[in-house]
Design a protein around this ligand. Structure first.
Ligand code: SAM
Ligand code: SF4
Length: 365
């Protein structure tokens, strides 16, 4: 018999979410079955691909969990050339990805802002204005977000990392560059500028409780975002949070919690885009398929030139370090099939939630 919570997902409260985040056995199976069916019924079993281009690991920030933080002097810094970025975008276009994500360390100097603006226009041009572009380049001013939007970006990913302000400040340095309210305000500005806005959290951080994660889910719903990418926190020895590695849940527990977060979010927000993230795959080779099986609908294969991948190590044992774009794509198509979903090629795969709000129609090549 279906539990009362699953039959009335709109009214789920924090206590019920805590229960669902920690349930096991038959109850877990019932939850996962339900959210798979809910996804299929609401938005179908299509999976959308975004070719992930990690454009640079140069970052002005020092997040205490991140392997490419400014103070990690053991990372070799790189910045892809314009040609390399355009070539990767052309690869995505020619291989039916439908859209790309440009992700990298945060920079806010004028040269960087202008370069991104030019690259956006060039990517649009090389794909007859058909390739969708998501940016994930951190906190910027409203003026910069607008410039990039006008140049062709239409989606933006900026994780809030945790909705617990005290925890946010524990996992970031205490200075103006790492302020919870500034980050939250950026999300509001992105929504105002017209971006399909995505955010997310890390799961299994030191000091984080199941209550915090239930609050995160309710926070994502209140923010009314269009897309979410969230995955397990994974430790990196060259970061300050490494000190707390013995206090963490096991990686298996973080994977399980990550899957429960995806499933519960699908319950709360049936028509948003939810990514099956690489961090799930870092713990378990089938981690992404498991997320697709229970409600995720977006996957982001890495199409960064293989030679640069080893230097974009956010955490230890990041998968796909030595495989090229073709190998990443082949593996991905196989894994999506195994999860019972279907890749929808040549499609932006806009969040249905955003489409409903804007009554806009999807752009299909
Ligand atoms: N610099 C941009 C930003 O912070 O928004 C975009 C790139 S940043 C590397 C993308 C995401 O990586 C972050 O939002 C964070 O959630 C995730 N990340 C960083 N370090 C991580 C870690 N040790 N484990 C899991 N995810 C991590
Ligand atoms: Fe920089 Fe993003 Fe890493 Fe923070 S999470 S150090 S902003 S790349």
């Amino acid at each position: 018999m279906k539990s009362a919570i699953i039959l009335h997902p709109k009214n789920i409260c924090k206590e019920e979410l805590i229960h669902l985040l920690t349930c096991d056995g038959e109850e877990e199976k019932e939850l996962f079955d339900y959210t798979r069916q809910l996804r299929n019924h609401t938005i179908g079993n299509n999976v959308y691909m975004r070719g992930l281009i990690e454009i640079s690991n140069i970052c002005i920030k020092d997040c205490l969990y991140c392997g490419i933080r400014k103070s990690n002097l053991h990372t070799k810094r790189y910045s892809l050339s314009d040609d390399e970025i355009l070539q990767a975008a052309r690869y995505a276009w020619e291989n039916h990805y439908g859209s790309v994500v440009l992700q990298g360390g945060e920079r806010n100097d004028a040269a960087f802002i202008l370069r991104i603006e030019k690259l956006l226009k060039q990517i649009k041009k090389l794909s007859n204005h058909k390739l969708g572009i998501t940016l994930s380049l951190g906190e910027q001013t409203e003026d910069t977000y607008k410039k990039w939007f006008d140049a062709g970006a239409h989606r933006y990913l900026l994780r809030i990392e945790t909705s617990n302000i005290r925890l946010y400040h524990k996992i970031h340095p205490q200075n103006n560059l790492h302020d919870f309210h500034t980050r939250l305000n950026c999300l509001r500005i992105l929504q105002k500028c017209g971006y399909q806005t995505g955010t997310g959290v890390m799961i299994g951080l030191p000091f984080q409780t199941t209550e915090d994660l239930a609050d995160d889910l309710l926070f994502l719903k209140t923010l009314d975002v269009d897309m979410v990418g969230m995955g397990p926190y994974l430790e990196h020895r060259e970061t300050p949070l490494w000190t707390f590695r013995n206090q963490l849940l096991s990686q298996a527990q973080r994977l399980k919690l990550g899957l429960h977060m995806v499933s519960c979010l699908r319950l709360l927000m049936p028509d948003i885009n939810i990514a099956a993230t690489t961090a799930l795959q870092a713990i378990c080779p089938e981690g992404r398929e498991k997320a697709l099986e229970i409600g995720a609908n977006v996957i982001m294969p890495n199409i960064t030139p293989a030679i640069n991948r080893a230097n974009y190590q956010l955490y230890e044992n990041k998968p796909g370090m030595d495989e090229g774009a073709e190998e990443s794509t082949r593996r991905l198509i196989e894994s999506v099939r195994r999860s019972g979903c279907e890749i929808k090629p040549d499609t932006w795969g806009d969040s249905p939630h955003w489409q409903h709000r804007n009554k806009s129609s999807e752009t299909i090549r």
